[in-house]
Design a protein around this ligand. Structure first.
Ligand code: PMP
Length: 399
């Protein structure tokens, strides 16, 4: 007998579980479109050239070491991350109304931001339905009542207009978690007009925007374009939090490079908020990891590396867009029943295919095609060698 006989098995994360099954499958024709990580045309993980160069610079730098970072992380990185999301010439930065705080990738930025909100600005937290599953877990574990706003409209495979009704009917001052761009899992972003309406209602209702930006530059291939929604909200005078991940856009998944940007009206509150973030992380993990933040800092702050990054970023985004077009063309060529234009309309790493749970299960169980059963596919898992087989199997399960 154990003192832990009362512990029940926790449910596995569906995406990570799917990835483990994919890895264990010995069949060479297997295709993974489950986990959201970029893959090259060869189906391999990609280390960006600018990242390799930054790592070489670190190795050659006699002053580089493995000392602890401060609780708030590497300031050259967090300053650059704030500039990246708000725009280098943002008046908010000049007015000292924004600061960055290094976090354990996007997840950690959401978590420490939620902890701070839980202590000082508690209200109901709204997340999109559907959303990246961890949003519910993060805010739930922080002690929030989490509610969902309808986001996906299965009929149009686009934005659900009732999102605006929920914004209006939510209690004043609610927290709304918004995906800055490349909504996960749907690939559907509001248009600029729709964002303007979201901002207008949120302002009337005094709601608090918490932007999750896990895909800046990765969606359109353009860092500024992908920051449009955030910058629009900043221009509208909101106070807000922004969680930034450098997992996708720098390919630094396992290095856990993230930043929480705080935007406020009154600069005087920032040192106080900063000190409380320090207190929160001190008790959780003391200080964030250094290696990835140093890489990101070098890339963001060294003009040649930055330039090279933007080119590599665009190449990743373009490859994903090409795969979207190719998949659409193949399904059209095969006259696969249904409409498929959402594949090219949606943006970012994912497409919400509209495949049913049973169709997904058949793909996994009988065809060595690994996807989660809500029908979301990570386009990055496709390449010119496997896309035809992928399309044929979709065609097969749909008929
Ligand atoms: N938010 C969203 C919407 C995501 O898709 C992801 C990555 N799957 C993250 C946050 C954070 O990921 P990470 O912690 O690896 O930066």
């Amino acid at each position: 007998s154990s003192q832990f006989n009362n512990v029940n098995l926790a449910p596995p994360d569906p995406i990570l579980k799917m990835n483990a099954i994919y890895k264990a499958d010995p069949d060479p024709v297997k295709i993974s479109v489950g986990v959201g990580a970029y893959r090259t045309e060869e189906g391999k993980p990609y280390i960006l050239n600018c990242v390799k160069k930054a790592e070489r610079m670190m190795l050659d730098d006699p002053n580089n070491d493995h000392e602890y970072l401060p609780m708030a992380g590497l300031q050259s990185f967090t300053d650059a991350a704030v500039k990246l999301i708000l725009g280098a010439d943002s008046h908010i930065i000049k007015e000292n109304r924004a600061i960055g705080f290094q976090a354990i990738s996007g997840t950690g930025a959401l978590r420490v931001g939620a902890e701070l909100l839980n202590r000082f600005r508690k209200s109901i937290a709204y997340v999109s339905k559907p959303t990246w599953g961890n949003h519910l877990a993060i805010f739930g574990d922080c002690g929030f009542e989490v509610r969902e706003y309808q986001y996906w409209d299965p009929a149009t495979r686009g934005l659900n207009e009732s999102f605006f009704d929920t914004l209006r009917s939510a209690p004043n001052g609610s927290i709304f978690v918004l995906h800055g761009c490349a909504h996960n899992p749907t690939g559907v972003d509001p248009t600029e007009e729709q964002w303007k309406l979201v901002a207008k209602i949120m302002k009337e209702k005094n709601h608090f925007p918490f932007f999750d930006c896990a895909y800046q530059g990765f969606a359109s291939g353009d860092l500024d374009k992908d920051a449009w929604s955030v910058r629009y909200f900043v221009d509208q005078g909101f106070e807000m939090f922004i969680a930034q991940s450098f997992a996708k856009n720098l390919g630094l998944y396992g290095e856990r490079v993230g930043n929480l940007t705080l935007v406020v009206h009154n600069p005087d509150v920032l040192p106080k908020m900063h000190s409380n973030l320090c207190k929160i992380v001190r008790a959780m993990y003391s200080c964030p990891p250094a290696h990835g933040a140093k890489i990101a800092s070098l890339v963001l702050n060294t003009p040649e590396l930055y330039k090279e990054w933007t080119v590599e970023l665009k190449a990743m985004a373009d490859r994903i867009k090409e795969m979207r077009v190719m998949l659409f063309d193949l399904l059209t060529e095969m006259k696969t029943p249904g409409t498929w234009n959402h594949i090219t309309d949606q943006i970012g790493m994912f497409t919400f295919t509209g495949l049913t749970q049973n169709q997904c299960k058949t793909l996994v169980g009988e065809h060595h095609i690994y996807l989660i059963d809500n029908g979301r596919i990570s386009i990055a898992g496709l390449n010119t060698k496997n896309i035809r087989r992928f399309a044929e199997k979709i065609d097969w399960v749909v008929r």
